[in-house]
Design a protein around this ligand. Structure first.
Ligand code: GUN
Ligand code: ZN
Length: 434
């Protein structure tokens, strides 16, 4: 391929974040080009500037795709989601522990079958693309086959994805349990095969404290020591009944987080999903360890888990990203997730301004996953994962923003009324996907 074939530009209303916005007046935290040009070369960002400035500098003959009325944003980042739960999304009438037993565990049992897992992984990744999500931190099931299927499909699409095999040796159906030793060996084999291959990374994945023995958590810690750049993902402090159960199971731990800490699982590459009912001590420890939490508002409402306090988490300077947590959450859309995030924050006497919201969905998520040197905004040299957004695709949204020039107001309408219909195209390393 010569340079021109592998090089193109997109022209539109380009927005990306440079750091976390401190308020709805923090105009220095982002760059916005009402008539901007994003130049991509061989899958990477070559330059971003206003059309006036950049068009004259582009190579002659280069293709310029015109999206002048559309927003161009970095691809969204989902910091917590379960690909094997697409079929239990929207299951009626339960809270966490009963929901796991009644709906989730029976469905996850099917992922021993590689073909079933491949079909599900395809459906899930198609779903992410149509919702504009280009990177995710993903739970598979206890079966190594589920991880093989996921990484195989993600690699085919050249996606930047992080995933891992669930470790679970108790308090679950027999067909869904492993042992400390088998979970260690299977995870190790998967790390050796998949970690840092293409754009993929591995996450050691003990489901949550109630489904792992101390011996298994120890093995998870051993893996993190042996492979210092793999991730750790698990659930933390989601529901009150769960927290009480953890206290009974681990009476010597200071609190829920300490169960993980005692086994070496609280590191700068750890992501704790939910983290709703944290004590100040737990917040301080997460902050000190430079770990991250995944705010999963749709799931927290749907399963009745509680109200995550975003501003308390930010005051503690904790890294935070957004998680859809499908199938506890009811949509793969980061826009719908932001709508719920706003409502939860309002219930906590706070506000989620639209700049902070879109930061969390892009650069904030990338930072929580320690990937902000590769993705999350349009700095030169970053991987060209991005979306184009057509606000006219939803009539009520188009009507709402008619005559509205203010960027913050437009973005707020988008996060409140938007969904996958507004995602007109998703690009992965410069390649259109839809
Ligand atoms: N805690 C342990 N497993 C799960 C799960 O699959 N979903 C949610 N939301 N919480 C969990
Ligand atoms: Zn989850």
């Amino acid at each position: 391929m010569n340079n021109l074939e592998s090089s193109f530009a997109v022209r539109g209303r380009v927005l990306h974040f440079l750091r976390q916005p401190q308020s709805d007046q923090d105009l220095e935290s982002f760059e916005y080009f009402p008539d901007g040009v994003l130049w991509i070369e061989r899958g990477y960002i070559k330059a971003l500037a206003s059309a006036d400035e950049l068009l004259p500098k582009l190579p002659t003959g280069i293709q310029v795709q015109n999206r002048s009325d559309q927003l161009i944003l970095p691809g969204f980042v989902d910091t917590h989601v379960h690909y094997p739960q697409m079929k239990v999304i929207a299951s009626y009438g339960t809270q966490l522990l009963e929901w796991l037993e009644k709906y989730t565990f029976p469905e996850e049992s099917k992922f021993k079958d590689l073909q079933y897992a491949r079909q599900s992984a395809k459906l899930f990744l198609d779903g992410l693309m149509s919702h504009g999500t280009t990177t995710a931190l993903v739970f598979c099931t206890v079966h190594p086959e589920s991880v093989e299927a996921f990484f195989t499909e993600a690699e085919k699409r050249n996606l930047r994805m992080i995933a891992g095999k669930v470790m679970m040796d108790k308090n679950a159906p027999a067909e869904l349990t492993d042992t400390p030793m088998s979970s260690y060996q299977q995870s190790k084999d998967l790390i050796e095969k998949w970690h840092n291959r293409s754009r993929l990374s591995y996450a050691v994945t003990p489901r949550f404290a109630p489904t792992s023995s101390p011996e298994q958590l120890q093995m998870a810690g051993k893996l993190l020591k042996e492979y210092p750049d793999v991730y750790l993902q698990t659930h933390l402090s989601e529901q009150l009944a769960e927290i009480e159960w953890v206290q009974e199971l681990f009476p010597s731990a200071l609190d829920y987080l300490d169960v993980y800490d005692q086994h070496g699982l609280v590191t700068e590459r750890s992501v704790f999903a939910h983290s709703i009912h944290l004590s100040d001590r737990e917040c301080r420890r997460i902050s000190q360890a430079d770990s991250a939490v995944a705010f999963c508002p749709s799931s927290n409402l749907f399963l009745g888990s509680g109200l995550f306090n975003l501003h308390k988490i930010l005051q503690h300077e904790i890294n935070v990203g957004l998680g859809t947590d499908v199938g506890g959450g009811t949509s793969l859309s980061q826009l719908r997730t932001l709508h719920d995030a706003y409502s939860i924050t309002a219930m906590n006497n706070g506000n989620l301004n639209a700049y902070l919201a879109f930061y969390l969905a892009t650069l904030g998520g990338a930072k929580a996953l320690k990937l902000d040197h590769k993705i999350g905004n349009f700095e030169q040299g970053k991987e060209a994962d991005f979306v184009t957004v057509d606000m006219q695709a939803i009539p009520v949204l188009g009507h709402r923003i008619e005559g509205v020039d203010d960027l913050h107001e437009q973005l707020f309408a988008l996060m409140t009324l938007g969904d996958s219909r507004t995602i007109s195209q998703t690009y992965v390393m410069g390649e259109p996907q839809l």
